[in-house]
Design a protein around this ligand. Structure first.
Ligand code: ADP
Ligand code: ZN
Length: 749
C-alpha cells in the first residue's frame, strides 16, 4: 500500500465546485479535498487522512449534492452530529441525524426526509447503524437517482476501529460487516491520526477494495508549540491563559481531581473556568460543552474525555498541564486549537514524573480489564514516544511531522520553543547535576535505601523537615548545597536528569531515585550536562496567512463576535456555524456596505448571505459611523481571487492601465485622453473591466434612465448580441452605451 503524495487542489467536477462556492462560500479547495471528492464521485473506496481542521467534512458533504443520493455518515459523538446538522441546515443543506438523543419529532422528520429521498446526508452512531433491522431498512431506502439502497458510507474518526490507535471503540469493530451487507456501496474512511499500522488496520477491517489512500500534510503551521519544564504548575497555567483572554483555552489534565483543582485555582484568579471529566453527570457535561461551543465559557479544564464533540473553531490555546499519553493524543488534542486556520498556541508543561503516572494507570486498567499484554505494551510504547518528543530538543513541528512519516521541509519553523530559542540553559548545569546526583548517592549510602525526589530537594535546600532530622540527613555533605534555587526548579532539574538517563526513578509506589551507569561520568566530570530553565515566550513573526487588522478593526471584530453570539443564541446554535473567526476578521477589514461586497468575503455563501447580510451590514454601518471608519474599505479575498482568475495573464499594459483608471471611477472620455486611444477602444476596455470586476453599479458611466431603457430592451431580445438591442431601441442609444450596459447585465445573470 503506497500513500498518494500531497498535490495541490486540482479542478474537480463543475457541479461540485459550484456547490462549494454557493453553499459554503469557498472559492478554493484545501489540499486533497478535490481528490477525496473525486474518489467519492468515482465510487472508489478511500481512506482520507487529514489533520484536524484540514476540512474532512466537506469531502463527504459535497458528493451527495452532485450525484443526488444519500451518504450515510457514521460518527461516534452525538454532540458533533447535532452541531454539524445544525450548521448544514443554516446553509440550506438537507441533512438529518438519527441517534439516541433525537426527540420523537426530530426522528419523525428525519424518517420522512429519508423515506421521500430528500435527505442527502444521514448521520448515525455506530450503535444505531448496527441495531436490529436498521441496515435492512437502509437497504430499501428510495434513492432518487438509482435503485433503492445506500451507495456511499462515510466513516468519521475511523481510527476508532483500530486497537493500535489511541481511541479504540469496540462498537466500531462491527462496521466490518458493512462491506458484506452493502457490497455495491463505496466506503470512505476519515481520520486525523493514523500511523501506517493504523491505516492498514482501517482499510483491512473495512474490507476496502483498491482504496485511494489520501494522506495530507500533518503539519499545522498556524500552531505554535511550546514544551516548558513544569516548575510551578498553577502559576504557569495562569500565565499562559492570561495571554489568551481574547479567546478560548482548553487545559488538559491527567486526572479528574486535577481538573477540579486547576479550575478552582483559575476561578480564584477571576478566570471563568469549568472542569470537565467523565465523572460529572451527563447534564453537567452537556452544559459545559454547550456553554463552551456557544462562547459563554472560554476556559475548560478537562481530562481527555473532552474534545471530540467540541467543534469550536476559534480555540486559541491548548494547554497540557501534564504529558499526554501518546503523540497521537497530543496531535489530536492540540489539533483542537486554531481550526479556523488562525494562529493558536499549544503549551505542554512537562515533567517526567507524568510518564510514571500514565504507566501506572495503564497497568492498573490492563489488570482490571484483563486485556491482552500486547495492548498494554502498545500503550507503553506510545507513551515512550511522547516522552521522547517532550524531553527532546528537536523542532516540535519537525518531530511531529516525522512521527507521521513525513519529512519536515524547513530548517526553522519559527513556531516552536526550540526554533524560537526559548529554552535558556541553566548556568553551571554540570555542577548543579553533580550536587543533585551526589545527594542521591549520599542519602542511599547513609540510610541504606533510596528516597523520592521531594525529599532530595528538601535536603539540597537545607530544609528542617521531620524526615530530614529523623534520618540525620542534615548531616549529609550535600545538605543545603542548593539553597538559592527554588524548589520547583530543582524538581524540574531532577526530572531532566532522569530524561537524560543520568538518574533513574523506580517505577514502583515510592518512586525512589537511584544512580544510573552514566551518573558516575557526571560525578567525575567526564560528562557535561545541559539543564533548561523555563523562560518566557519570545515575540515572533506571524506564521499564518491572516488578515492583519488595525486597532479599530480589532474592536469591530470583537463587536462582530458579540453580534454573532446573539444571532447564534436566537437560533439555538453554536456561533462558529454562523461564520468562522476567519470570516469575521475579513468582514472587519472589508466592512461591507452592500450584499454584493459582503458576498466577496470568504465563507459567505448564498444562503448565509440571505440569512445574515441585513444584521451584519446594519451593524457594521452603525459601528463605522460611530467610529468614523470607512465602509466598503476593500474587496474581500473571494473578489480578489476572482479578479486574479478572470484577468487574463497576457492583458496588455494599456488595458491594465485602463482597468486601474476605471477602478477609480474615471469616465470613458477622461481615460481616452489619458491613454491617447479612441473612446470606442476604451469602451471595450470598460466592458471587459465590468465583466471581470462585476461592480454592483455602473452609475459613473451610464445614467439611470439610459440603463433602464437598455435593460428593458435586453429583457425583450436577450443579451447575447448587441445588434438586436440597438435595433430594438431604434438607434436612440449609442452602440457604446449599449455595450457597457449589456456587459453589466451579463454579470447579473
Ligand atoms: P476536520 O473535520 O478535518 O477537522 P472541518 O471539516 O471541521 O475539519 O473543517 C475545518 C474548518 O475549515 C471549518 O471551519 C471549515 O468550514 C473550513 N474549511 C473546510 N474546507 C475549506 C475550504 N476549502 N476553504 C476554506 N475553509 C474551509
Ligand atoms: Zn521549530
Amino acid at each position: 500500500m503506497t500513500a498518494t503524495p500531497t498535490t495541490p487542489a486540482t479542478p474537480t467536477n463543475p457541479t461540485a465546485l459550484d456547490a462549494i462556492r454557493r453553499i459554503w462560500g469557498f472559492d478554493t479547495l484545501r489540499p486533497l479535498q478535490a481528490e477525496a471528492i473525486n474518489a467519492a464521485l468515482d465510487r472508489r473506496d478511500a481512506l482520507v487522512v487529514l489533520p484536524t481542521g484540514g476540512g474532512k467534512s466537506l469531502c463527504y458533504q459535497v458528493p451527495p449534492l452532485v450525484t443526488d443520493e444519500l451518504t450515510v455518515v457514521i460518527s461516534p459523538l452525538i454532540a458533533l452530529m447535532e452541531d454539524q446538522v445544525d450548521g448544514l441546515r443554516l446553509t440550506g443543506y438537507p441533512a438529518v441525524a438519527l441517534h439516541s438523543a433525537c426527540t420523537p419529532a426530530e426522528q419523525d422528520d428525519a424518517y420522512a426526509a429519508l423515506n421521500t429521498g430528500s435527505a442527502r446526508l444521514l448521520f448515525v452512531s455506530p450503535e444505531r447503524l448496527l441495531s436490529d433491522g436498521f441496515t435492512d431498512w437502509l437497504a430499501e431506502l428510495p434513492n432518487p437517482s438509482g435503485p433503492p439502497g445506500v451507495r456511499r458510507f462515510a466513516i468519521d474518526e475511523a481510527h476508532c476501529i483500530s486497537a493500535w490507535g489511541h481511541d479504540f471503540r469496540p462498537e466500531y469493530r462491527q462496521l466490518a460487516t458493512l462491506r458484506d451487507r452493502f457490497p455495491d456501496a463505496c466506503i470512505h474512511a476519515f481520520t486525523a491520526t493514523a500511523t501506517e499500522r493504523v491505516r492498514e488496520d482501517i482499510t483491512s477491517q473495512l474490507g476496502m477494495r483498491d482504496p485511494a489512500i489520501l494522506v495530507g500534510t500533518f503539519d499545522r503551521p498556524n500552531l505554535i508549540y511550546r514544551v516548558v519544564p513544569r516548575v510551578d504548575r498553577d502559576t504557569q497555567i495562569a500565565e499562559v491563559i492570561a495571554r489568551h483572554t481574547d479567546g478560548a483555552t482548553i487545559v488538559y489534565c491527567i486526572s479528574r481531581k486535577d481538573t477540579e483543582a486547576v479550575a478552582d485555582m483559575l476561578r480564584d484568579e477571576n478566570i471563568n473556568a469549568r472542569p470537565y471529566h467523565a465523572g460529572l453527570t451527563p447534564e453537567r457535561r452537556r452544559k459545559v460543552q454547550e456553554d463552551f461551543s456557544r462562547e459563554k465559557l472560554d476556559v475548560v479544564v478537562a481530562t481527555v474525555a473532552f474534545g471530540m464533540g467540541i467543534d469550536r473553531s476559534n480555540v486559541r490555546c491548548v494547554l497540557h498541564a501534564a504529558l499526554p499519553k501518546s503523540i497521537e493524543a497530543y496531535q489530536q488534542e492540540t489539533g483542537r486549537a486554531g481550526r479556523d486556520g488562525l494562529e493558536a498556541e499549544c503549551v505542554l508543561l512537562y515533567s517526567s514524573a507524568d510518564a510514571i503516572r500514565w504507566s501506572r494507570l495503564f497497568t492498573m486498567s490492563a489488570e482490571e480489564s484483563g486485556s491482552p499484554p500486547e495492548v498494554l505494551q502498545a500503550q507503553l510504547d506510545l507513551l515512550e514516544g511522547i516522552q521522547r518528543l517532550a524531553s527532546g530538543m528537536t523542532c516540535r513541528h519537525k518531530a511531529l511531522s516525522e512521527h507521521f512519516d513525513q519529512p519536515y521541509p524547513l530548517p526553522d519553523c519559527n513556531a516552536c520553543d526550540v526554533c524560537l530559542g526559548e529554552n535558556a540553559a541553566a548556568p553551571d548545569a554540570t555542577v548543579i547535576a553533580q550536587k543533585i546526583i551526589s545527594c542521591v548517592a549520599r542519602a542511599i549510602q547513609h540510610s541504606g535505601f533510596g528516597f523520592g525526589a521531594s525529599h532530595i530537594v528538601d535536603v539540597l535546600r537545607g530544609s528542617r523537615t521531620a524526615k530530614i532530622l529523623d534520618r540525620g540527613h542534615d548531616q549529609l555533605s550535600t545538605y543545603n548545597l542548593l539553597r538559592d534555587i527554588p524548589k520547583p526548579t530543582i524538581t524540574s532539574y531532577i526530572n531532566q536528569l532522569i530524561d537524560q538517563d543520568l538518574l533513574t526513578r523506580d517505577p514502583g509506589k515510592f518512586a525512589t531515585l537511584a544512580l544510573s551507569p552514566a551518573s558516575r561520568d557526571v560525578l567525575t566530570g567526564a560528562r557535561q550536562v545541559t539543564l533548561l530553565q523555563p523562560k518566557h515566550p519570545v515575540e515572533r513573526a506571524p506564521v499564518a496567512e491572516e488578515v492583519t487588522l488595525s486597532t479599530d478593526e480589532l474592536d469591530l471584530f470583537d463587536s462582530l463576535r458579540t453580534l454573532r453570539r446573539q444571532l447564534a443564541e436566537e437560533r439555538g446554535v453554536p456561533p462558529y456555524i454562523i461564520f468562522s473567526d476567519d470570516t469575521l476578521r475579513e468582514l472587519a477589514a472589508v466592512r461591507p456596505a452592500s450584499e454584493s461586497t459582503m458576498a466577496t468575503v470568504k465563507g459567505v455563501g448564498t444562503q448565509k448571505l440571505e440569512a445574515f447580510s441585513d444584521a451584519f451590514i446594519t451593524h457594521i454601518a452603525a459601528w463605522c459611523a460611530e467610529h468614523d471608519l470607512a465602509t466598503d474599505a476593500r474587496p474581500g479575498t473571494r473578489q480578489a481571487r476572482r479578479e486574479r482568475a478572470s484577468t487574463p495573464r497576457t492583458i496588455s499594459p494599456k488595458k491594465r492601465k485602463s482597468f486601474e483608471l476605471f477602478d477609480r471611477g474615471e469616465s470613458v472620455e477622461a481615460v481616452a485622453v489619458t491613454q491617447g486611444l479612441q473612446p470606442r477602444t476604451i469602451t471595450t476596455h470598460l466592458a471587459e473591466w465590468i465583466a471581470s470586476r462585476k461592480p454592483e453599479s455602473i452609475a459613473p458611466w451610464i445614467d439611470q434612465p439610459t440603463y433602464d431603457r437598455v435593460a428593458a430592451a435586453a429583457g425583450q431580445v436577450g443579451t447575447d448580441f448587441l445588434k438586436p438591442v440597438f435595433e430594438h431601441l431604434e438607434g436612440s442609444i449609442s452602440y457604446e452605451q449599449i455595450h457597457i450596459v449589456v456587459a453589466h447585465l451579463r454579470t447579473q445573470a
